[in-house]
Design a protein around this ligand. Sequence first.
Ligand SMILES: *Cc1c(COP(=O)(O)O)cnc(C)c1O
Length: 650
Amino acid sequence: MAKWTIEDAERLYRVKRWGGGYFEIGENGNLHVTPDPTNTDIRIDFKTVVEEIQQEGIQFPVVVRFHDILRSQVAQLNQTFRDAIKEAEYNGQYMGVYPIKVNQMREVVEEVVEAGEAFNYGLEAGSKAELLTVLSYNTNEESLTILNGYKDEEFMRLALLGRKLGRKIIVVVEKYSELIALVRISKELKIDPIIGLRSKMTVKGRGKWASSGGERAKFGLTIAEVINASNYLKEQGMLDCLKLLHFHIGSQITDIRSVKEAVSEGGRIYAELHRMGVGLEYIDVGGGLGIDYDGSQSTNDSSRNYSMQEYVADVVYGIKEVCDLEKVPHPNIVSESGRAITAHHSCVITPIVGEIRSSGSSLDSNKFETTEQENEHVLVKNMRSVSVQIDDPNENTQELFNDASQYKEQAVDAFKLRVVSLPELAKIETLYWDIMKKVQKRLRHVEFIPEELQELDYALSSQYLCNFSVFQSAADTWAIDQLLPIAPLTRMNEEPTVNCSLVDITCDSDGKIDQFIGDYGTTDFIPLHELKEDEDYYVGLFLTGAYQDVMGDMHNLFGRLNEVHIYSYDDDPEDFYIEEFVNGSSVNDVLSIMQYNPSLMAHNVKKLIDKRIASGDIKPREGVKWTDFYENCLDGYTYLKTPSKSNPQK
Ligand SMILES: *Cc1c(COP(=O)(O)O)cnc(C)c1O
């Protein structure tokens, strides 16, 4: 058999295909990161990142954020729009905004704002809390601040405060009654708002979020309402406040055709309104720019059949074409891409802390003596004879599989009828699983595998226990079957021999990942490497920067993760430095959220211990130790404490 190469690993884990130019398998079999595509001299070996995290004494699991990736994505999107605008001889400008709901972490928003400064890149908010955030963080007077979502009076007043502060803050009307309120409050405060109208589209984005578009969409005005709104503003002497037309047909648009259709529908609405005397200056095409999570470049739910360049070109040329045809000016173009900005920059790193083997496990705890003995039950004899035949290459695999399966079923029945003893049953099962492993091995290089035998792979697969919670760190894999790429951080130059699914440490059987990127759609398991006694094995869950980072919940009271913020730095021997470490939730933190009073809890436990000391059951010194221990655990991380195998002193 040919030696395993990193090309084989690439075929299996598809790192380059989902990596967006940032991730790659290195010659040494470790995962490498090139956070800044304009400086490919900087190449960070993930193994050194893990070692540094260990040296700093930071507990796993951790979220690793590459700030340069975030900056690079901001620059790429803006530059791509600028290039397309120039090439198309388009007269408007690109004025993008980052929708903070995709990842509201302060460090992320700050980095996006800073990286976007040169492009006058703005922010988008969809709730009052987000509006309060963007008011304080978007300080660039040239860039836009776009406000979507349902609004109350307070929301409108805050928006008008933004106008007072000299910001280009645009209130996008989602439903007609908001317009009436906005006009009233603006007049009361004597501040001119900038108004946008969100139009319901007949086009739906294909993919999981298709319901954001179409006539049953939750947000937006009907065409009649759009016209009535313009007339109302004219009556109120405020038509010149109406500057923007907005639409959003859903996140993660999988098919470029939906983008083209939406742009031509939106372009038409803009052009007609313009000819009706509404001096719109902006078209906002919303979000939806997709990410190729599974690396298939297809219309799969977790993929997309286009690139950023293609998306941008279709938006720019699509709007230009309509405008030129209708002889109206080219509007400035706004887009609200969130997923595409943040998805790549963060990942979750967890050690594998254990293995839950199948019944066929070769772990010591599962070994059982099967040598022949006198007066054995005939079923034991039969199974043993199959286990001898399976070593003969001339025997038929399917036939042996059938025989073994039949004997095993009979053995279970015989056990219930008290004909086979418990040790005999253990022998039969041990022999049976040995046979199954050999059957599986025989089938590895066979073209056609009967269905029954295909299931063997699953039956013989292991479960690797990951020190994290799916509900906190990968909510969408549980909620909507989102695929997130998974790969080991090391050893990719070795053939992975254990078929695994991943389970988390919550007490919930849904706390698992058992859908992986496969050659044809998805598979139930991912091949990973055999665990070693003296070496840590880490896997990464990638592209978690959009939504996953901020949507998780505290199922089982597992809280937020420790975070490591990484900047690349050419002069450093390892090409990076950890700029900041942000503590994840302590047990104290999560208990307080649930209304507990941790210091009172510690006090109560101390009283119980004191009572035992008084009665002489616990020695005073020992009692103090127990009290301290309880308090330390309250201050500690919510995840498993797993000492490093590679560096045992840590
Ligand atoms: C969620 C949302 C976005 C972001 O969409 P992405 O697909 O993440 O780019 C943009 N605009 C609106 C109105 C949204 O609701």
